[in-house]
Design a protein around this ligand. Structure first.
Ligand SMILES: Nc1nc2c(ncn2[C@@H]2O[C@H](COP(=O)(O)OP(=O)(O)OP(=O)(O)O)[C@@H](O)[C@H]2O)c(=O)[nH]1
Ligand SMILES: [Mg+2]
Length: 424
């Protein structure tokens, strides 16, 4: 009657009785997971792969005592339940693990589609009522294999919760723990190193990488750990763009600085990083040695600063008067006869920090102007270390009489402008 069967074996080998059961269970193959246990160490992974030869579709190598591979096992069980129609296709065990504050932090919903962009008053009311919590910060440690993520996580937690080794791909599952610093509770997630899929263990790779990526959405701040001797790779760039997309804070953590001989070498690596990573120009770079316990308090102070910025609420009136000022020095460039104007702006959410610009015309709205305003907002409202995004929304027809402000308006007397100005 069971919906799913977990058939557990010892990776060291099977006996005659196991063999018999492996054959007997074949009629239940569609709901069976072959669970290969006691794979405590990555060096045993290859032995576990031999169990695929029994022809079962779902094989999971785990270590029940070391909590390895349990995420893959959960995914396998979810897969069976979905196939049997016992769980919705969209079911995902992460759905149940979302941090309780996720919904609360958003003024207008998590995704653009959920925002009722017409309800400006509602957006502002909801944002005002969103509670911020600077006493709890969720951080994820991400980056390529072997960069020292687990060493850093263990250092934070003060215990060897994650296995550390110089074999790439040691961490397979997210390892979580809590610690306190300066009265702030930090929840830390050590994740699997993200690398290209290998042919051998494509499934495990896929699941652990996917989990690490999903984890970004649940984090306030991501620590992107880079080996300072290796520099950044394309993989890091991909993770970075996902972090930006999800609006989490990010610190570029240059680890293993103990292997550098001079400060000038660190400066060169850091400059190179800045040059190759222009999309993360706002992210602080912190050099550490997780092994030698160097630079860690600076890193934690940086994280606290970023969380504060992620919780910034910009009053709508201040934002619109600042926009009016900035517009005087640089107004949206025109395209032939087409003028572009920002009519009104308001913040939509904190953590991630997002703004809504009501514009006269969305199609072709100059990106250069949006970047200019984003940079201005970052500096002026002290959000210079976090990603800031802007959603453009075309004015509704019924708004036509509403605020219009553009360079062409500059020529109008200020007294007249005020009637329609930003001060809505
Ligand atoms: N010299 C030096 N070695 C370090 C430092 N941090 C970590 N290591 C070494 O780097 C190797 C990999 O460390 P891990 O912490 O397992 O790396 P990881 O990023 O968790 O690796 P995966 O789990 O495979 O993604 C180990 O041999 C560590 O001892 C550091 O600050 N300096
Ligand atoms: Mg690790």
């Amino acid at each position: 009657d069971a919906s799913a069967i977990l058939f557990m074996l010892d990776f060291k080998g099977v006996n005659a009785q196991d063999d018999e059961l492996l054959e007997g269970f074949r009629k239940y193959a569609d709901k069976l997971v072959l669970v290969v246990n006691k794979v405590d160490d990555p060096s045993h992974d290859n032995a576990a792969w031999n169990f695929h030869s029994y022809g079962y579709k779902r094989v999971c190598a785990i270590s029940a005592s070391h909590a390895r591979g349990l995420g893959d096992l959960e995914d396998a069980v979810c897969g069976i339940l979905k196939e049997k129609g016992l769980a919705a296709d969209s079911f995902d065990r992460r759905d149940e693990e979302c941090s309780p504050s996720d919904g609360e932090r958003m003024a207008g919903g998590d995704k653009e589609g959920e925002l009722d962009l017409d309800d400006l008053d509602g957006i502002q009311r909801r944002l005002a009522s969103v509670k911020t919590d600077d006493r709890h910060i969720v951080i994820s440690i991400m980056g390529k294999p072997n960069t020292g993520k687990s060493t850093l996580s263990n250092l934070f937690l003060g215990e060897d919760k994650s296995i550390v080794s110089d074999i790439a791909g040691t961490t397979r599952d997210i390892v979580r723990g809590d610690f306190e610093y300066k009265g702030v509770l930090f929840s830390v997630c050590d994740t699997a190193g993200i690398r290209r899929k290998s042919k051998v263990n494509e499934d495990i790779e896929y699941y652990s990488v996917n989990r690490a990526i999903r984890n970004i959405g649940e984090s306030d701040v991501v620590l992107l750990v880079i080996d300072c001797q290796e520099g950044i790779t394309d993989q890091d760039k991909k993770i970075a763009s996902l972090i930006i997309e999800r609006g989490a804070g990010v610190v570029l953590v240059l680890n293993k600085v103990d292997l550098l001989e001079k400060q000038s070498q660190f400066n060169a690596v850091s400059d190179r990083l800045r040059f190759l990573f222009p999309q993360l120009s706002f992210a602080p770079v912190v050099g550490i040695s997780a092994l030698k316990h160097k630079g860690v308090t600076k890193l934690l102070d940086t994280i606290i600063g970023i969380k504060r910025q992620l919780d910034t609420k910009v009053p709508t009136s201040s934002l619109n008067s600042a926009l009016e000022q900035w517009n005087r020095s640089f107004s949206p460039p025109r395209n032939g006869n087409v003028w572009y104007k920002v009519l009104y702006a308001t913040q939509v959410s904190i953590s991630p920090v997002r703004f809504l610009f009501i514009v006269n015309r969305k199609k072709g709205f100059p990106e250069s102007y949006v970047s200019y305003v984003k940079n201005k907002m970052r500096k002026h409202f002290k959000m210079d270390s976090i990603p800031v995004s802007v959603v453009l929304r075309e004015r509704e027809r019924k708004d036509r009489s509403q605020t219009i402000f553009s360079s062409s308006e500059e020529s109008r007397p200020k007294s007249e402008r005020k009637k329609n100005g930003f001060s809505r």
